[in-house]
Design a protein around this ligand. Structure first.
Ligand code: G
Ligand code: G
Ligand code: MN
Ligand code: NA
Length: 254
């Protein structure tokens, strides 16, 4: 209770921030987008990662409010980067409950109306397969509603859930993200390497682009490139950073 009140106050007091982690296409040597990752700038404890506060919010109304805040902040950032001449698609993470709430589509449609410059593919939503599992009919409706609004869908943490294969067939996702746990271990573990290789193969069979997260070094990047996966994200490429640092980072790269 107390903790929830404190988090509600943090939202009111604008203590949350979005950091952005670049996603690149190493074959084409270009930045393809950024993933928005929430942080809490706590007045006493400093910058807190989501693991310190998101779990407290699971299933609450405050969690819905934070999803709205994340979307609104990302939409504003998208407008700002467009005005600065940068085309940089932004992926956002939403709570599992939003994915299965049909009312969430109204919120989303309203937000998109307020940002008419935002075009198809400028905003992506990352979906956890575990969230879709909660209520598959509702999830399908929300996902199709997103796509109707020009919002693309990425399947996050792919490979960690139970029904990955049937999801790949049924869910209308535009991109598959290989979970970082497999990618970060792929150089030491034959098993993890085999999982990464299989996911890349499978995504190809289903005609879905695939992005590897948790690319912690250039050795990881080369190993992925050898398997035909060129879309990547990870500490070996860039850490999540404040929006203001993205333009300089991009100039320093390509
Ligand atoms: O940024 P970090 O690596 O600490 O993120 C940890 C987890 O928190 C990741 O699984 C990520 O998907 C999740 N996460 C990060 N930002 C957000 C957000 O804005 N909303 C939600 N619901 N989850 C987020
Ligand atoms: O589950 P999701 O993909 O949304 O999680 C993103 C989280 O992963 C962020 O909190 C981000 O800080 C973290 N992350 C990003 N790149 C790397 C990496 O190369 N290694 C590790 N261990 N974590 C990473
Ligand atoms: Mn994610
Ligand atoms: Na992930």
């Amino acid at each position: 209770r107390d903790q929830l009140n404190r988090l509600a106050r943090a939202l009111d007091d604008q203590e949350f921030e979005l950091y952005y982690q670049p996603q690149v296409d190493l074959a084409q040597q270009r930045v393809v987008g950024v993933e928005a990752l929430i942080r809490w700038r706590h007045p006493q404890r400093g910058l807190l990662a989501p693991g310190h506060f998101l779990p407290l919010l699971a299933g609450t109304e405050l969690e819905q409010a934070i999803d709205e805040w994340v979307l609104e902040t990302a939409l504003r950032q998208s407008d700002a980067w467009r005005h600065a001449g940068m085309a940089l698609p932004i992926s956002v993470n939403l709570s599992p409950q939003s994915l299965v709430r049909r009312e969430f589509l109204d919120v989303l449609a309203h937000l998109m109306q307020q940002h008419p410059q935002i075009g198809p593919g400028d905003i992506k939503v990352e979906v956890l397969e575990s969230a879709a599992l909660d209520d598959i009919d509702a999830a399908m409706q929300v996902m199709e509603g997103c796509q109707a609004l020009g919002i693309e869908l990425a399947l996050d943490d792919f490979g960690t859930g139970y029904s990955s294969l049937s999801y790949l067939r049924n869910l209308p996702v535009d991109l598959i993200k290989i979970d970082r746990s497999f990618v970060s271990r792929m150089l030491e573990s034959d098993d993890d390497h085999a999982i990464v290789e299989s996911v890349i193969f499978l995504a190809g069979k289903f005609n879905r682009p695939v992005l590897a997260e948790g690319v912690e070094s250039m050795a990881h990047a080369r190993a992925l490139g050898a398997l035909g996966c060129h879309l990547m994200q990870g500490y070996g490429i860039a850490r999540p950073m404040p929006a203001a640092e993205i333009p300089a980072w991009q100039r320093s790269q390509y």
